[in-house]
Design a protein around this ligand. Structure first.
Ligand SMILES: C[S@@+](CC[C@H](N)C(=O)[O-])C[C@H]1O[C@@H](n2cnc3c(N)ncnc32)[C@H](O)[C@@H]1O
Length: 206
């Protein structure tokens, strides 16, 4: 099955608060984004945001230039419905991040929790990294959260690649400095503990 169909099936068959990656609030992501120190009108994108409440809390925190990109139309529709009228303040992009082109050097903060680790093919990871290089401004921020080295080996029946901070840095290369990383023990709605690693990278200034 094509990835898009797989993800549409996930969101068609499971309520948003029952998926294993559900968080009532994306607290670790919010802390990392806050720590970048970007202005409230900075351009922030949540790549593979799905039905995450991250954008709700960013809006609440006063951020005004937000985008959510996801391969699943159903996920984006559910997130928009949850937000009601506030959804109009967000740019919603239905796209596969490995085959889309975002505007050049336009993003201040690129956030991805639990998407990059699904890219098991080196060529997909290379395309993803090229897109980050293309879309993120010089001096911009990259916050990536993946399953840690001791995290699960699959999610939603799909294989994943697990990373240490050093391995993740190696994927993005010398154009990025690794500023900080943190582990998270995520508890799924069914009570299973999954280890994530969050990394904050900064793209070199031009
Ligand atoms: C495990 S979920 C994480 C969702 C969200 N980031 C969170 O933390 O709640 C992975 C998300 O990535 C999306 N996704 C998977 N592959 C993608 C791709 N190639 N391009 C864009 N989105 C993708 C899925 O539809 C899903 O919403």
């Amino acid at each position: 099955m094509q990835p898009k169909m797989q993800w549409e099936l996930v969101y068609a068959t499971r309520p948003a608060n029952a998926v294993s990656w559900f968080q009532a609030h994306a607290d670790c992501s919010l802390r990392f984004i806050g720590a970048t120190g970007v202005a409230h009108d900075a351009s922030i994108i949540d790549v593979g945001g799905g039905t995450s409440t991250l954008v709700d809390d960013l809006l609440e925190g006063g951020y005004t230039n937000l985008s959510v990109l996801d391969i699943s139309a159903l996920a984006l529709a559910a997130a928009r419905e949850r937000l009601g009228a506030r959804a109009q303040a967000i740019r919603w992009i239905e796209a596969d991040i490995t085959s889309t082109e975002l505007p050049r050097h336009n993003i201040d903060v690129w956030h991805d929790r639990a998407v990059f680790h699904f890219l098991t093919q080196p060529e997909d990871r290379m395309t993803y990294v090229s897109e980050v290089l293309h879309a993120v401004k010089a001096g911009g921020h990259l916050i990536i959260a993946t399953f840690a080295e001791d995290g699960p080996v699959q999610c939603s029946g799909l294989p994943v690649v697990r990373y240490s901070p050093e391995e993740l840095h190696a994927e993005f290369g010398e154009a990025f400095s690794l500023l900080r990383c943190e582990r998270e023990s995520h508890v799924t709605p069914s009570g299973v503990v999954q280890h994530f690693v969050y990394c904050h990278f900064r793209k070199a200034a031009a």
